[in-house]
Write a protein that binds this ligand. Structure first.
Ligand SMILES: [Zn+2]
Length: 97
């Protein structure tokens, strides 16, 4: 998987506030943006990495703006947890082990 990691990302910091989470990883295109977690710690968590790599594949599958749009629509319709893109990403976590 071809990706790059952005530590101390402003985007991830905003997501962290919205989700009220201590640490966040979020994918934009092929970049994984981190806030509240270092690259080292993130990469050691294979399930978490598998989850974010699934989002990278989703970006590739739908295209950048289309995926952002579909993700947003899903989140508004069914919320973060039931969002089908999150369901798929959580599935990727378990397939790993
Ligand atoms: Zn996710």
């Amino acid at each position: 998987m071809d990706y790059k990691i952005v530590e101390n990302s402003s985007f991830a910091r905003v997501a962290r506030m919205v989700l009220k989470s201590d640490n966040v990883a979020m994918v934009l295109g092929k970049s994984i943006h981190l806030s509240g977690v270092t690259k080292e710690v993130f990469l050691k968590n294979k399930a978490w990495l598998a989850h974010e790599c699934c989002h990278i594949r989703q970006f590739q599958q739908y295209g950048f703006f289309k995926f952002l749009w579909l993700y947003l629509v899903e989140s508004i319709k069914v919320g973060y947890y039931q969002n089908k893109f999150e369901v798929e990403a959580r599935q990727a976590e378990t397939e790993l082990s």
